[in-house]
Design a protein around this ligand. Structure first.
Ligand code: FPP
Length: 214
């Protein structure tokens, strides 16, 4: 969900306002994913590298995450959306941890769209953790590592979207992206709408996936 900062800068607004508008885009896109019947949508909200940002920006992001859960949890619960977190959110402050746990428990029985949020997530660390767990169980193979990834209970990654014109993965779902289709768009995240998601899905539907075969 890249481009919140640039969205705000273009309008001479504080970065936090860009993040706030980013949450509005999250809300619309999450609803659309559910309405379109997507099995899963994973949003990269906070990376292991985002701790390098100024304290007030981190605080603003945490505040937005909390208010998003408080305002939208019941809608997700009522609409068969299962919330999930990838990454180690236990590093966050106790109030955030409690709220996230409550949201996960509240929607755990749902079986419609899975809305996964990457919090304190970094793919290299995830893969290292998974490999260590696989090793402890006595076998390191692609299948045993995959079974220990944070995404183990999710469907394979089909489509990866990056907004704001950057053309890199930035430590997001590196393992899972092995055969994912990529969609890079110049649209800044706060401007990203369900129509943009549909555009990416339409392009995805045209792609021929061979998984190394022919
Ligand atoms: C990247 O934009 C965005 C982030 C680091 C934060 C994304 C988080 C949210 C939208 C809010 C919290 C999430 C949820 C699920 C409620 P940037 O700041 O790097 O933008 P820039 O590259 O234009 O500076």
């Amino acid at each position: 969900m890249d481009g919140n900062g640039r969205w705000a800068r273009k309008r001479h607004l504080p970065r936090a306002v860009g993040h706030k508008r980013g949450v509005e885009a999250v809300r619309e896109v999450a609803r659309a994913a559910r309405d379109m019947g997507l099995e899963a949508l994973t949003l990269y909200a906070f990376s292991t590298e985002n701790w390098r940002r100024p304290e007030d920006e981190i605080g603003a992001l945490m505040g937005l995450l909390k208010s998003f859960i408080l305002s939208d949890l019941e809608e997700f619960a009522a609409n068969d959306v299962r919330l999930k977190v990838i990454g180690d959110y236990n590093a966050f402050s106790p109030d955030v941890v409690e709220l996230v746990k409550r949201a996960l428990a509240r929607t755990a029985g749902n079986s419609g769209t899975t809305l996964a949020v990457a919090l304190n997530y970094g793919s290299q660390a995830e893969i290292a953790r998974a490999a260590a767990k696989a090793a402890a169980k006595g076998s390191i193979t692609p299948a045993t590592i995959e079974a220990e990834l944070d995404t183990a209970d999710m469907p394979p990654l089909d489509l990866l979207i990056r907004t704001s014109g950057e053309v890199r993965l930035s430590n997001f779902l590196l393992w899972q992206a092995a055969y994912a289709e990529m969609w890079f768009t110049d649209v800044l995240w706060p401007d990203f709408t369900p129509a943009h998601l549909q555009q990416a899905l339409d392009a995805f539907a045209q792609r021929e996936r061979r998984y190394g075969g022919r």
